[in-house]
Design a protein around this ligand. Structure first.
Ligand SMILES: O=C(O)CCC(=O)C(=O)O
Ligand SMILES: [Fe+2]
Length: 299
């Protein structure tokens, strides 16, 4: 599901100056969304490209897309936020950009920390299949990752797996266990626009097909679960891995994942990260999107 930007669109976008964005609470302001829409709709091929993104996210078996913005990123490298504004404009075509973390900017850095828990965000190890904000009652509908720099040592391919397809391959017994409110993961602190803490939660959330598969393989190691529920979770992990696709994000690649359809993760970075200056290590920027514009303030 890779989408290249037509040359003509690239050239036109390089000439287009979007204004700095404004926030309304933790979400992108309506005025900014309208300004960006109006500016971008006037660019030849933009509407067609946005429609291709929509199609890839909505079609049967679809649910993620990689927009290849590398040429734009390189062309606008030295010009402050111009590239990020364009990426925000693409994101706003999919759903409403917002930040669940009140103390972070709209786009959150995911760098590489050698001393951090290896399996977590910005750790150097295998980042197992998960959905973001798994323990919130209203997780973001989309999680998006913009690659600023891949691992200079060549590691860290992204992994994606169709969550409902994986669930469909499980036994009825495992599915029944996953439908029980027997799972919990992580902490819930100072988050906005994602509802309340959900604890315990069921992995299978009623409405199969378009419901969340509320899962993180990390809880199998990090949460205390009953034996049977943990076994069902391990079976799901195996199916996710069996069905996975993996690819390396390159500089300027923008991955958009529909969290109701696909779970995501990342293979380990190449060993030797401690020898690379922090400023040269892999860097992603993360942005969350919500389909319903007014999820409302919470916390
Ligand atoms: O590093 C990556 O590619 C994925 C990071 C991630 O999934 C996260 O931080 O939630
Ligand atoms: Fe994630």
């Amino acid at each position: 599901m890779f989408i290249d930007i037509p040359r003509e669109l690239e050239a036109a976008l390089i000439d287009r100056h979007l204004p700095a964005w404004k926030l309304d609470g933790s979400a992108l302001a309506k005025s900014t969304i309208e300004d960006y829409r109006a500016e971008l709709a006037a660019v030849p091929q933009f509407t067609e490209t946005a429609a291709a993104v929509h199609r890839a996210l909505a079609e049967q078996g679809g649910g993620y897309v990689v927009l290849r913005l590398g040429n734009l990123a390189r062309a606008l490298e030295s010009e402050d936020d111009r590239f990020l504004r364009l990426a925000t404009g693409f994101a706003a075509e999919v759903a409403l950009p917002f930040s669940p973390f009140p103390r972070w900017p709209l786009w959150k850095d995911i760098g590489v920390k050698v001393d951090k828990d290896r399996g977590k965000s910005s750790g150097i190890g295998y980042n197992a299949f998960h959905m973001d904000l798994v323990n919130a009652t209203l997780p973001p509908d989309y999680t998006t990752l913009l690659c600023v720099r891949p691992d200079p040592l060549g590691g860290g391919p992204s992994i994606l797996s169709d969550a409902h397809a994986a669930v469909a391959r499980l036994s009825d017994d495992h599915r029944a266990l996953l439908a029980e409110s027997a799972y919990h993961y992580g902490s819930f602190f100072d988050l906005h626009g994602v509802g309340r803490e959900y604890k315990p939660f069921p992995v299978l959330d009623g409405d199969q097909g378009e419901g969340f598969v509320r899962f993180t393989a990390k809880m199998l190691e990090r949460s205390e679960l009953g034996q049977e529920h943990a076994d069902a979770g391990r079976a799901l992990t195996e199916e996710l891995v069996r069905g996975q696709v993996s690819f390396m994000l390159e500089a300027g690649d923008y991955l958009i994942v529909n969290q109701r359809r696909f779970l995501h993760g990342r293979e380990a970075l190449q060993s030797g990260q401690e020898n690379i200056p922090v400023t040269d290590r892999r860097l992603l920027l993360q942005l969350f999107l919500r389909t319903v514009p007014d999820a409302g303030p919470t916390a």
